[in-house]
Design a protein around this ligand. Structure first.
Ligand code: S2G
Ligand code: ZN
Length: 480
């Protein structure tokens, strides 16, 4: 239905109007800021851009806008503040905590059209990125220049660098290269007051007070929207080798980690259980990596130049009986195939609509913690399949409870929800985090107190009111 000028003017004057069928009120000031192709109000677009990978809440935004410049984002935020219009940032929509879900008539701010690497300096090794740059595109950009962007995970082919920064994404190389936070050397953010803050400008040293950049990293769009990021790049990766080891006893994984760390520099130290391996093998038709199945597997990556030292460590862990079998990649293709066993897990278990937890404790606390959580889940639901995998080298476990075919999603999630407080109490007792790398969003917002003290939450609320005085920046996420 196209509106005539007269009807349009009347509607704009009213500031608000109703969509076709009177479904939702929606702000029409958007038409004053964006061109028609930068606004979507149709049901399909709202469903598509109003969600992330979670499926517990139906997307129901009032509109989706696609800004092309920081100035447009500022104009949008200012008008949204005047009209109390909630805004939800949207990147690659690969989030796992509901942080980018718009379920209450909000306006989704998609950064799909702010997707350029606008500058690169070889001396500084800094790529200046708009928030909508796909993580994989930055990785390729770096490789083409003999460098590396070293933060990597299964969804890097579709996640956005802006969303990675907003959740401080981690992934599989944290043990050697750290988290997204460690590679952000400059950040431009539009706050909830519509101000543009230019933080740190790519400096290595800058001792001039609070480093505001780091407040926005991991803030999940609740303090401001990232409109540009200066990302540091590392020197090119060396040719690497991948090893998969069979480890019957979970605590021995940490002895294996220590044995290899004594001898080599690990780029990755991941683990997965036999159940996880069974699911990814079935889903991707992959061969068993070892001749004898075991309860747990470790996947290691290291530089080719350290093969001899790695083999010495392998001999030791076999002699100690911690490892029963192992395979070492003989080619890049085989290395990639072994990585599939780990990186394919998430996608392979998606059909079981798993109840996900993304937990972190100190590496030293892992054995006792895993035993306690496993006992807790098995005691509550002995017939549920529990799938363990994750970045054990940095203390991050992914606990996925798989939905039995006979149960509805609602009933299953309700059941799992009853044990969440028990699991999070174990996290709290271990001094851990209820969300290691996926963020809090809405899924973990009710449990924040298990990882942050009342005093810390009060400070976080103070920061929220300082940076988002009108409460329009991704409301209902992280701090509820
Ligand atoms: C991983 C991906 C998302 C998930 O595989 O490391 O972070 O939990 C996860 O399945
Ligand atoms: Zn992970």
């Amino acid at each position: 239905m196209t509106l005539g000028d007269v009807e349009r003017a009347a509607i704009l004057a009213a500031l608000f109007t109703y969509s076709a069928g009177g479904r939702l009120r929606m702000p029409t000031f958007l038409d004053e800021i964006f061109s028609p192709e930068q606004i979507a109000r149709d049901d399909d677009s709202c469903a598509n851009w109003g969600r992330d990978w979670t499926r517990d809440r139906a997307p129901a935004p009032s509109a989706v806008v696609f800004p092309k410049t920081a100035e447009e984002v500022q104009a949008l935020v200012r008008r949204a503040a005047e009209t109390a219009t909630a805004l939800v940032p949207s990147g690659g929509r690969t989030g796992l905590s509901g942080g980018a879900v718009a379920a209450n008539g909000e306006v989704v701010v998609s950064f799909d059209k702010m997707n350029r690497i606008v500058d690169f300096d070889a001396t500084d090794r800094i790529a200046r990125c708009q928030p909508g740059v796909v993580t994989g595109a930055l990785q390729s950009f770096a490789e083409d220049r003999g460098l590396m962007y070293p933060v990597d995970f299964a969804s890097s082919g579709s996640s956005h660098i802006g969303g990675n920064i907003a959740t401080n994404a981690g992934g599989i190389k944290v043990i050697r290269y750290g988290l997204t936070r460690d590679w952000v050397t400059g950040l431009q953010v539009v706050t909830g007051a519509g101000e543009l803050l230019k933080c740190n400008q790519g400096l290595t040293k800058n001792a001039t007070g609070y480093d505001l950049r780091h407040l926005f990293v991991g803030s999940e769009g609740t303090l401001g929207f990232i409109v540009e990021a200066e990302m540091r790049l590392a020197k090119a990766a060396q040719p690497h080798r991948v090893m998969v080891l069979g480890v019957p006893q979970f605590p021995d994984l940490l002895k294996v980690l220590a044995a290899f760390q004594q001898e080599i520099t690990l780029s990755a130290f991941e683990f997965f259980s036999q159940i996880a391996l069974d699911k990814v093998r079935a889903h991707r038709d992959l061969a068993e990596p070892l001749s004898t199945p075991t309860n747990f597997y470790a996947l290691l990556e290291f530089d080719d130049s350290e093969e001899d030292a790695a083999m010495a460590a392998f001999a030791r862990v076999m002699e100690e009986g911690w490892v029963t079998d192992g395979v070492l990649s003989q080619s890049d293709a085989q290395a990639a195939s072994l990585w599939q066993l780990r990186e394919g897990i998430s996608e392979s278990i998606a059909i079981y609509t798993p109840y996900k937890n993304d937990l972190a404790v100190k590496v030293s606390a892992l054995p006792e913690f895993l035993t306690k959580v496993t006992d807790c889940v098995q005691a509550a639901y002995p017939d549920y399949e529990v799938c363990w995998y994750g970045h054990i080298g940095d203390g991050n476990l992914h606990l996925n409870i798989l939905k039995p075919a006979a149960l509805s999603i609602e009933e299953f999630y309700a059941n799992c929800g009853t044990i969440s407080p028990q699991i999070f109490a174990l996290v709290e007792a271990a001094g851990g985090s209820i969300s290691a790398e996926h963020g809090v969003g809405t899924l973990k917002a009710d449990y924040l107190q298990f990882s942050r003290s009342p005093e810390q939450i009060a400070v976080m609320r103070g920061l929220k009111s300082l940076f988002d005085p009108h409460g329009i920046m991704n409301p209902g996420k992280l701090l509820v």
